[in-house]
Write a protein that binds this ligand. Structure first.
Ligand code: GRF
Length: 202
């Protein structure tokens, strides 16, 4: 199976997926890492690991539609079975999302449906929730609302700041995202009426 990963920055989730794919010898290969920003740090890690990289700069396109068309063309050069959004900070147009329906995943740093959008850790601290976390979900046109595949929870501690809370959530992201991508490439995920079923197996 071919996986294309999209990043906008650091790419620590992408790194966790690349490492797990290698260490666990998945029946899949990371065909490319693509960014909308030439300065995304994640591109350096990918290149150093022999993975093809590409940049499709959103700033070079006059509209979201044209950017998404160019991005789609670049992604499809690698014939992906799965597109993984890993800190990809662009809102995607409905035709783009539709094109990858059922084969595009995202990770969001909150326990959805709580706290969609940006600054999720600040949102959680302001709401006073005692449990926070991360969610891996299939991408649909409804931002941060697609079918949920996996979640991990962390306790919110009395002295937590955005920094400390985000660090603990990120640790969990690095565990659940590779696990979900592995389930996908092993054909263990099915979506029925917006609900994801995971085929339990050894
Ligand atoms: C992660 O917290 C992810 O959940 C969010 O953006 C951050 C990306 O981090 N969407 P990284 O680029 O994977 O290190």
């Amino acid at each position: 199976k071919n996986i294309v990963i999209l990043v906008s920055g650091r790419g620590s989730n992408m790194q966790a997926i690349v490492r797990a794919a290698q260490a666990e010898q998945w029946p899949a290969r990371i065909a490319a890492v693509i960014s909308n920003r030439a300065d995304a740090e994640g591109l350096n890690f990918a290149a150093a690991h022999g993975i093809a990289t590409a940049v499709v700069a959103n700033k070079a396109y006059p509209s979201r539609e044209e950017f998404d068309q160019a991005l789609q063309a670049e992604i499809d050069r690698y014939s992906p079975d799965l597109v993984v959004l890993a800190g990809f900070m662009r809102i995607l147009t409905p035709p783009f999302v539709e094109h990858y329906a059922g084969r595009m995943l995202n990770i969001h740093p909150s326990l959805l449906p709580s706290f969609p959008g940006l600054s999720t850790h600040v949102q959680a601290l302001m709401a006073g929730v005692k449990v926070h976390g991360a969610t891996v979900h299939f991408v649909t046109a409804d931002l941060d609302h697609g079918p949920i595949v996996a979640q991990a929870a962390v306790s919110v501690l009395p002295n937590d700041t955005e920094q400390t809370l985000s660090e603990r959530v990120l640790e969990q992201e690095h565990i659940i995202y590779p696990r979900v991508v592995r389930w996908f490439v092993e054909n263990r995920l099915a979506i029925d009426n917006g609900i994801v079923h995971i085929d339990a197996q050894a």
